[in-house]
Each structure stands twice: as C-alpha cells, then as structure tokens.
Ligand binder design. Sequence first.
Ligand code: ADP
Length: 784
Amino acid sequence: MSDPDLVQVLIELGVAVMEQHPEGTFTAVGRMPPWLARLLPGWAGDSPLVIQEHVPFLESFLPDALDFWTGKGEGRLRSGLCAEVDESGGEYHYEVSALCVGDRRLLLFELRKDFEETREILQKARQNLLDYELLERTQRALERSQLELRKAKDAAEAATQAKSAFLAHMSHEIRTPMNAILGLTGLLLNSPLETRQREFLEIVRNSGETLLTILNDILDFSKIESGKLELEQAPFDIRRCIEDALDLFAVRAAEKQLDLSYSCVPAVPFQVVGDVTRLRQIIVNLVGNALKFTSAGEISVSTGVQRREDAAWELHIAVHDTGIGIPPDRRDRLFRSFSQVDASTTRKYGGTGLGLAICKNLAEMMGGRMWVESEPGKGSTFQFTIVAGAADSAVPDYLTSSQPELAGKRIWIVGSTATNRRILEEQLESWGVTTRATDSLAEARDWKAAGQTCDATILDLPSQTLDWQALPKPWVELTQGGRLDAPEARAGVRARVSKPIKPAGLHAAMMSLFGGQEVQEPTKTAALSSQGAPALQRVRILLADDSTINQKVGLWILESLGYRADVAGNGLEVLEALRRQPYDVVLMDVQMPEMDGWEASRRIRADLPSERQPRIIAMTANVLEDDRQRCLDAGMNDFVSKPVRPEELAAALKRCPGSAPASPTAAGESGQPEKQLEGFDPAVVAALRGMGKPGQPDVFSELLLIFRNMLPGQLAQIRQAVADNQPEALEHLSHKLRGSSANLGAKSIASVCGRLEALGKEKKLDGATRILEELEAAIRLCSE
Ligand code: ADP
C-alpha cells in the first residue's frame, strides 16, 4: 500500500492525521473529525498549527515524537490516554501517536471512550489495584500466620510425640523391674512360707499390681490425649464380654458378701462389631468402682439395646450399686481426669481419679456417652452407650425362644435377691417356662403343703438353712461363682448355676434336668485351666532375654506351668541356637543388645527352612499398638506383655498350633494315667476329665498341676498354725484345703483336713501333730 493510500485508510477509520512541518507547525491531512475541531477552536484546518498552544497535554509527548521521527523508528509511538473538555463542556478521551510514513512525520489523533466511562474504568482499575494490594497484603499476612501456625502445630505435635514416647519408654523401664517383682513374688507365694512372710509378700504383690494399673491408666490416658488410641473393629459376643468382666469380680464380691448380678434383654444381638477389649475395660472399671464403694447390698449390670437407622446397634449398659453414692454438687467433676469426689477418697479407697475420664472418652470414641445417676447413701448407677456395627452370626441355642425341652415346665425360685429372682424369671419365661418366685422358704413350703407342684426348684439359701429339704426336687443351686473352696455342696443338688447368673449357664443347667444332656456349667475351674498345661511339656521352647533376672523369672514361670526352656541372651544367640537344633516356640524379648528381637525374627523368617520355623511370641514391656504391629511386621506370631503373667503366657503357649493334645498319644504322654491317682475319687476325676472341650487339655490334669503346686505352701501354713498354737488359723487353713481337695476328688486329704478343722474349731490342738503326719502322708500319696 502506497503512502497516500495508508493515510486515506487512516482517515476512513476516523483517525485525524496531521503532518509536521520542518518549522515545528502542523497541518491537517484530509478531513478533520468534528470532535477534534471542537478541541482546536479558531483553527480552520488548512493553516499551520502550533500544537502545544492548543493541546498542552502533548507538550511532553512532542519531544519524544521528534526523536522517534528523526530516528526513523519503525512502528508507532503512543502518547497514552489524554482527556480534554471542549468549550461547551463535552468530554473527550483520545490517544495521540507519532508515525513515520516515508519521509513524512505524521501525528494521529484517535478517539477512545467518552470521559465518564474512562473515569469509571480508571477508578475501577485503581480500586482493583487497591483491592489487589489489600488482597496481596492479606494473603501475605495469611501466609505468615499459616507458617507460624504450622510451626506451632509441628512443635505441639513434636511435644505430644515426645510425651507419648517418654511415657512408653518410662512404662517400659518400669515394667521391666516390675516383671521381676511380680514374677518372683508370685513364685515365692507358691512356696512354703511363714504366715507373716506370706502377709508381707501379698502386700508386695498387691502394691505391684496397683502400680501396674496406675501405669496402664496413665498410658491409656496419654494415648487418648494424643489421639493415638485406635479402636479395633471385630465381631464379638456381647454377653461373653460382660460375663468375662464380671467373672473377675466374683470372688471379691463373695468376700464382701455383695450380690453381683447381670441381665441382658433378649433383643441384645448375639454378636456385634467393635472393640471388645475396650468395652470390657469400661465395664471392669465401673464394676470395680461399684465394688470399691459398696459395703452392703448388691451390684447389678444390665444391658439394653436399640436398633439405629443406619443398621448399627446402640447398646446401653448400666452398672448399679447400693454404695456410698455421690453428692449432686460433686458429680460434674467425676469424669474429669485426676479428680475424685473428695481428697479423702484417695486415702480411704486408693485410685488415681483417671478411670472414669478414660471410660467416658472410650465410650465417646465408640459413638456413645457416659453419665451417672446417684443418691448419697443409697447408691449410684453409672451408665453408658456405645454404637456397634451389626455382625452376621448364627445364634447359639440358649438365645432362641424356641425351647421344646423347657416349654411348659414349672419352676419355683426360692431365696436369693430380688434382682436375681427377676433375672431368673425373665430368662426362664423367655424359654416358655412358668415361674414362681419367693424369698421366703416358709412361703414355698406353704405352696407345697397346699398341694401345688413344680418340675424343679432353683434355690439360693444361706448355707446354715436346714429345712430346705422339704422343697420339691430336683434342685438347682445358685452358687457364688469362682471359688474352689466353696462350702460343701448340698447333697441331692442336681445342677448348679454360679452367680452372676449367665443365660448360657442357666440353659446348660436346665438342659441337664430336662433335655437329657449331661451338661455342666463352665465354672471358674475352667478359667483356671489356663494356668497349667502339662500336655505341653514336650514343646521345645527357647527363651530370649538379655536380663538375667528376667531369664530366671521366665524359666521359673515356665517351670511352674510344666515347661522347660533353653535360654539365649540376645538375637545372635537365638539364631545360633536355632541353627543347632529346632525349637517349637521362641519367647522373644524385643530390646536386646547386639541383635534385637525384631531383627532376629526377620532373620529367622528369611533364613530358616519352613520345617524349622518356630512360632515367635514377643515378650515385651512395650505396650503401645504400634509396638504390637512392629512385632507382627517383623514376623512374630503373638505377643505377651511384661510383666509376664503366668495365665497370659500359658494362654499364648496354648495358642501354638499342634500344641493341644489332639491325639490320644499326646494326651497319654502328658496326662496322668488314672491308675496312679491314689487317694482320688475316680468319679470326681472322671467328671472333671469330661469337662474339657475336644482338642483341649483336660481340665482335671490342669487343675491337678495347680493343686499339686500349692500343696507344699498350704501344708507349711497348716504346720505353722499348729506350731504357733493358733486354732483359728488351723480351722481356717484346713477348711480351705478341705474345700479345694474335695472339689478335685482328693478324698484322703479332704478327710484328714476335716479332722484338723474340727480340732481347730474345738480349740484342742493336742492330737494335731499326729494328724499332721497323716496329712503329710496323704499329700505325698496325692503328689505321686
Ligand atoms: P479412681 O481410680 O480414683 O477410682 P475413677 O475415675 O474411677 O478413679 O473414679 C473417680 C472418683 O469417682 C472416685 O474416686 C470416687 O470418688 C467416685 N466414684 C466412682 N465410682 C463410684 C461409685 N460407684 N460410687 C461412689 N463414688 C464413685
């Protein structure tokens, strides 16, 4: 395009074009647009014009334009926005550019927007700029505070981590010596001791147990605080969980003559999904407190349930006691950590004031809440809810309402507490049984005298009650559960149900009466069975621990359980021992010098052929969940915490596959052949042998081991009572030994003890030394 063409196009586009002359003036090229003509009044357009005089704004632009033209610059030089008002007040906004077209120096005027619009745009831009600046400043401040927050959070997290690590470490450090204290005290208590020595040792053991509970509480609390406590999600049997918790208190409740009862509405599902250990922990804590703060009356645990919309269950558990109660103004502080109703509580009852705070937190973590209702002097009801997922499972017999063997039967309930009678009525009636209950023996006898009949009588009467024989047979007796030395059974009782009454136990007793099944209620004896495991004596065990004391304690505990073991002092020695000979089980301490237990386990799993792989049981004072996981990750199979409790170790050893005497040979190897059991009643022995589950060591063998272990200690105590001329002690000790011997069928010991007990009662110890010799002979006979 030629130069005149270009200028023409510009003019067509509404651009005003002026040409600069050498003397500095301008003339218009072509037509001037009216807006520009109004800004240049008095200029006709064809005469030369001095721009600066008319458009002062361009004063600073023109020298630049001159440079541009003389430099023959390419393109175009822009002035930026100009704003002018004409004589009649019209506002214009335009832009001026310098342009070189060949040798011509052109000045172009282009109209942009009108003034108002421009001002708005400018204001908006300025505002945006301000906003932007503000935004930027805010952003910078935010970033700064975020950084500070992150730093503070990191510091807080590091502090919590340090606290947790410190607590875990401290707990480890304390548990290691506690292991020795508790383990050795337990073993000493099983040996012959003088009465005072025994008393002192029992205090040592109880104090040790208390210290350990406090330690566990503090550790739990710190885990909850630091959010490290994780809940398990696995199916479990709710009734079993509550029953297990109550079993722990059966003996203590009996000693305090408190009635412990438990009820569970039939709607409570058999199994739900949740954390059984933590639920049991809450119940144990509440029942433990109830026992601690109640001196007379009863403690009852009841369970209810509600189905929620999301198909989960809301369980409601209440622990009621008739104890000292809590004043209304003190209730709010109950669930706070480290707080007790009043400071004197600690002196009188002990405790840290952490238990309820932990329980409340646990209930809340399980989707529920915890609260208390209480009346001072009358008692308290601690209650909580949890939400648990539904679990699909087959329902056991005793939970179904269809019971053809029991439906239509009539049962009388005589004696016991109102709560127990109510529990029995509800449970029996849910099976279609008709019940009649009274606390008065006389009333029941009146029923009989009036010619009324029933199919069985459940009785729970004080042992000195004599005239209960008049009640209709067969009899089912309620017993205080969990005692080997319970008062002698009443002759003629067909079945027993131990308190707290459990649906499964009651069902078993009923079926033994009406279902033609010889079912025995599982009793505490079965629970004790975990302590002994003679059937496992042949298990080859390697015990790894760097502490000589821990090695000794471990060996002694194993020995008391009927095992032998070899010892290794660190991971390297474990590997060496395993190379030399195969072991079935390695009990592995984790923190050992030279090579720790984790590394040793990893090596074992990597290096040994499959047929020589032992089962590895971690034995450690580290009790956090992480530690457990770390052990499993390293290839270990199981976990026993320190201080090692014999029951826990026995249970872990029992879990070893193939260790149970499944075959007759295995049972024969370990069990005592019956013909050697001089001094035992074969009928009792046979009954106890029949109680074991298939594939499990028989209950009798296990009890026999425990019994034999405690005989020397008990004999020594009796001997001491005679030597010190203490008839009461002699009566008490002989009574105790008579009870446990009778339970096990050791009739010769029981009978000699009966005579010693009578001497004690009559306060005549003259012939005691001679009878003592008979006792020694009987014990020798039963120990062979
Ligand atoms: P502690 O370990 O001290 O028992 P808890 O947190 O379990 O700690 O209980 C805190 C306090 O609450 C107890 O010291 C006691 O004063 C009161 N308390 C708890 N349970 C009961 C109860 N069943 N009856 C009366 N007071 C109770």
